[in-house]
Ligand binder design. Structure first.
Ligand code: MLT
Length: 325
């Protein structure tokens, strides 16, 4: 009888909608969400949506803290060194947690050893965009580069950031010998491209879409296999004749290594709950942010992804002739 009741309880739990079960009295104070880039960039935009929804799910404020600089290293290091008590979540991506070891000999954190992964929360296409007076097509930009050898400036969020990875791929694809100009995040990098200080940028679609729609940037190509419904007239890189300029960005959440497993599970579950909310689906969808399917979220798929991505970036960067600083 007892056994049958246990089975019924287990079945009821499995059938219940995803709810976040509190661990003891956790959380009982605000949880800081650290963004290793300046405000106004893609990570910040996504963080603010996630933080608002997580706060509703966890019943505590979730303030966002921006720690920009050094291609995301400063903020990521801050998360790695935070107390592993479940009150600091760090957001990272393909740059901070996979490519950076290829760029820096002395990275002050280990993407695998310094963190407990919570899960993947977004995959984003990138867009090549120019400042308003700088040409409306890839062909025009290439012609300009041909006439102004070595003069192209590409704004980035610093060495190892994803806008840097995008710029590097683009520069190599057209052999522009461009200058990659670092900022504390894609937010200020976009701003200077809109103002014509830098000529072009390769950034995640999240932040390029509104500027391109408003005419503050010219979107030239989309770096994935299909056009985006938000920018239907913008060709894919392959359509524009540059198939090797192909890159999609994954974004993920972490806590410092040493965080209790039950607390990390509570946070993973809370993030999954948030990603299923219609408001998040529609706000992310409007910005071409793809939410990974449930089987690709969570700590295990993220660990597996990182174990493939770290060597992939080592190979790509060494083929591109990058030597770690
Ligand atoms: C940001 O939020 O500023 C970006 O994700 C930075 C980057 O390009 O990696």
């Amino acid at each position: 009888m007892i056994q049958r009741r246990n089975l019924l309880t287990a079945a009821a739990l499995l059938a219940a909608p995803a709810v976040v079960r509190a661990q003891g009295n956790y959380p009982n104070r605000p949880i800081t969400m650290q963004v290793p880039f300046a405000a106004g960039g893609p990570t910040d935009v996504m963080a603010r949506i996630l933080a608002q929804e997580l706060s509703a799910v966890l019943g505590q404020p979730v303030p966002v803290e921006n720690i920009g600089g050094a291609g995301g290293i400063l903020g990521t290091q801050r998360t790695a060194r935070a107390a592993p008590d479940g009150y600091t979540i760090g957001l990272g991506h393909m740059g901070t947690h996979a490519a950076n070891p290829s760029f820096y000999k002395q990275l002050p954190y280990d993407p695998v050893e310094s963190f407990t992964p919570l899960g993947l929360f977004a995959i984003n296409p990138m867009v090549l965009a120019t400042s308003p007076g700088a040409g409306k097509s890839l062909a025009e930009l290439r012609e300009w580069v041909r006439r102004n050898e070595g003069q192209l400036t590409l704004a980035t969020a610093g060495t190892g950031s994803v806008s840097y990875l995008g710029a590097l791929l683009f520069d190599r694809a057209i052999n522009a010998k461009a200058t990659l100009v670092p900022y504390r995040g894609a937010g200020p990098a976009l701003q200077d491209t809109m103002n014509g200080v830098t000529r072009a940028i390769v950034d995640q679609a999240v932040t390029v879409i509104p500027q391109a729609k408003g005419g503050s940037l010219n979107a030239l190509t989309v770096t994935v296999g299909e056009r985006l419904p938000q920018l239907p007239d913008v060709p894919t890189s392959a359509e524009a004749g540059l198939p090797s300029f192909d890159i999609a960005v994954w974004n993920a959440a972490f806590v410092p290594r040493g965080t209790r497993e039950a607390i990390a599970q509570t946070l993973t579950q809370a993030i999954n709950t948030v990603l299923e909310r219609p408001t998040v689906k529609s706000r992310f969808g409007d910005m071409a942010i793809q939410i990974p399917p449930p089987e690709r979220r969570g700590p295990e798929p993220l660990r597996a992804l990182m174990s493939r991505e770290i060597p992939r970036w080592k190979q790509l960067t060494s083929e591109a002739g990058v030597t770690p600083e």
